[in-house]
Design a protein around this ligand. Structure first.
Ligand code: DNO
Length: 395
């Protein structure tokens, strides 16, 4: 068993956590993006090289691009989608020329990852991110007043949502709207309520089959370019892995993965194993999924969740929650050992998110991306890997 390559997400020059601090965490690899080019426009060496050089100067290596944004034009095949796909390919070539070997992206319509609460009081005094299914439904049905929203929930959930909405104070409603619409770190953009309604309408005619076909058409175009550029692609799962606001989701369950891998089987067509995203569904068997797709894992986000019966979940401690972290990590380490023995690079992983702990609360950070909280997660995961490695030497 061989430990994966420890990495850390850095949001570029505007990240309040500088590379000099990241270099002290034990992470050796950086996960970042180019943040000064609008989504849909191509990256060139002029954009990519300064980022790579700044990382190198800090004694670290840029090992993953997270993400090259896939626009809603591409996801819906409307408007300027053709130019955006061409730009995506140009960006891939620029990333490959700079020697960055992995590109993470997602195909979630409109919103990237979604939470309803950014400061949930976690037992013990830290604060965590939370997705509350009732709050989300309350926002959808009562605040957004989305047409047909009721039909997307059970009667019991719609009733609870209406009752919940009736208790919202103005600041609570604003905080909920802010958490859902403002664009969590890594998202291409945020929305006002009206912009959100308009953007949802882009998907009126797009059901899961149509979105799936747009995804596989996109993969069929970009995977050969990635292979030519020496890049491994790693699609990130839907977070959470179920439909929200009537939007289809097509990277949520094992069957979704089987479909697109079957359609575009090239080894460069890989995945980001995000244990926290996939683990938010109790019917996702993470051990079986990791075992079945191990050879496709080009990047790992290691994070844990506590699930609740109504579909709500909160981000728990990295080693403590409903994700069978020890088993998943052991499977990834076994695959990693196989790759390293064959002369390939180790799989990069990052502690995905962290609680707000101790001094984090006094400083600036991007939601989910605290310093001390992630440092704790990284330390725990590094310790787990060292232990498994010592215990399972040679396997
Ligand atoms: C959340 C992240 C996501 C992820 C994108 C990948 O913390 O995992 O924003 O970066 O969905 O494209």
């Amino acid at each position: 068993m061989t430990p994966l390559a420890p990495s850390w997400r850095w949001f570029g020059a505007s990240d309040p956590i500088p590379l000099s601090h990241i270099a002290q965490t034990g992470a050796r690899h950086i996960v970042t993006s180019v943040y000064d080019v609008p989504p849909g426009m191509p990256w060139s060496a002029d954009h990519v090289s300064p980022v790579r050089d700044a990382i190198k100067a800090a004694g670290l290596t840029w090992s993953v691009v997270e993400s090259i944004p896939v626009t809603d034009e591409i996801k819906t095949r409307s408007g300027a989608w053709r130019a955006h796909v061409d730009a995506w390919k140009t960006s891939l070539l620029a990333v490959g020329a700079a020697g960055v070997p992995v590109v993470c992206y997602n195909f979630m319509p409109v919103l990237d990852w979604t939470r309803t609460e950014l400061n949930w009081a976690y037992p013990g005094g830290s604060q965590a991110l939370r997705f509350d299914a009732v709050d989300c439904a309350a926002y959808d049905i009562v605040v957004l007043e989305r047409e047909g929203a009721d039909a997307d929930y059970s009667d019991a959930m719609a009733d609870r949502a209406r009752d919940r909405a009736a208790t919202f104070s103005d600041p609570q409603r604003q905080a909920l709207e802010h958490a859902i619409l403002s664009g969590l770190p890594g998202a291409d953009r945020g929305y006002t309520r009206d912009e959100f309604r308009q953007r949802l309408a882009w998907y009126d005619e797009i059901d899961a089959d149509a979105l799936r076909s747009n995804l596989t058409d996109f993969m069929a175009e970009v995977v050969p370019v990635a292979a030519e550029a020496g890049i491994l692609l790693a699609i990130h799962p839907d977070d959470p892995p179920f439909p929200l606001f009537g939007l289809p989701r097509v990277v949520s369950v094992a069957g979704d993965y089987e479909r697109f891998i079957d359609r575009v089987p090239h080894p460069a067509n890989g995945i980001t194993m995000c244990t926290g995203s996939l683990g938010a569904r109790s019917d996702n068997d993470l051990i079986a999924m990791t075992a079945a797709m191990a050879d496709r894992v080009h990047f790992a986000h290691l994070r844990n969740v506590g699930r609740e019966p109504d579909g709500s979940f909160y981000e728990s401690e990295h080693l403590n929650g409903d994700v069978p972290m020890v088993d998943v990590v052991a499977l990834l380490m076994r695959e990693n050992a196989r790759r390293v023995a064959a002369g390939s690079a180790p799989i990069p992983y990052r502690p995905d998110h962290g609680h707000i702990i101790g001094p984090d609360a006094d400083g600036a950070f991007n939601p989910g991306y605290t310093f001390a909280g992630r440092l704790r997660g990284l330390g725990e995961l590094q310790g787990l890997m060292a232990g498994l490695s010592a215990n399972g030497a040679g396997t």
